[in-house]
Design a protein around this ligand. Structure first.
Ligand SMILES: Nc1ncnc2c1ncn2[C@@H]1O[C@H](COP(=O)(O)OP(=O)(O)OP(=O)(O)O)[C@@H](O)[C@H]1O
Length: 216
């Protein structure tokens, strides 16, 4: 699945954006299936805004986002649900877990999104073990540390089908060792699906073998 951005400009950021050059805003960008993409930008320059526009949580922007040549604004609620169910997964910067559900329940919700789940429930245990969160699977997500919650959100994103994985500063609360483990799992899961990802972060990193770097 191809992702095209056409002269994208978030309305609240328009004045700031038009004053500087950007590899993403107000230009044409074509992201090809399977590409590993890093978007780097300082605080407050629009990383979260970009991820939210791609996932269509907001539409206060000029320009267009095209998934396989179809403008996401043309998707009705059902088509958008199918896109999020089968084609696009996400790790939000603020995670957006259900804090009153356990870690396992949060992950399980995504695993059973599709009528025929991609993975068996045992995959949750296997992924949790790799990321060192087995001991908190039965704990309410809201009681977990932010780093634990970040790993729950990563596993949740990985148990569903996707062609694209959107990740907004996904390792911000993980130490180097846990970041390495999480990045390895993400890379494997993308490789299995021949999926691409868009990862935003503040700085340069060597977590992945990126294909394309953009400055926001
Ligand atoms: N709906 C809105 N109305 C007005 N300003 C907004 C709106 N949404 C975002 N902004 C502003 O846009 C800028 C970019 O915000 P955003 O959260 O996308 O940045 P970011 O690069 O993800 O930041 P950080 O690295 O701190 O997470 C901020 O200055 C924010 O206040």
């Amino acid at each position: 699945m191809q992702l095209a951005l056409q002269n994208l400009v978030p309305v609240p950021l328009r004045d700031k954006i038009l004053q500087r050059s950007s590899d993403i805003w107000n230009t044409d960008v074509l992201l090809q299936q399977g590409q590993r993409i890093k978007v780097k930008a300082p605080s407050g320059t629009g990383k979260t805004t970009l991820i939210h526009i791609l996932y269509r949580l907001r539409d206060d922007y000029k320009g267009a986002v095209l998934w396989d040549n179809k403008d996401e604004r043309a998707y009705d609620a059902t088509a958008m649900a199918v896109l999020r169910q089968q084609q696009v997964s996400v790790v939000f910067q603020d995670l957006r877990l259900f804090t009153n559900l356990t870690a396992r329940e949060n992950i399980e919700l995504n695993r059973v999104l599709t009528p025929t789940p991609l993975y068996d429930a045992s995959v949750i245990d296997a992924m949790a073990e790799r990321l060192g969160i087995t001991h908190i699977l039965q704990q309410r997500a809201g009681l977990c540390s932010y780093g634990e919650q970040q790993r729950i959100a990563i596993v949740r994103a990985l148990v569903q089908p996707f062609n694209w994985l959107l990740m907004d500063e996904p390792f911000s609360h993980l130490d180097a060792n846990n970041t390495r483990k999480a990045a390895a799992l993400i890379a494997e899961e993308c490789e299995k699906r021949k999926a691409g990802f868009v990862l935003t972060d503040l700085d340069e990193d060597a977590h992945f073998d990126y294909n394309v770097f953009y400055n926001l």
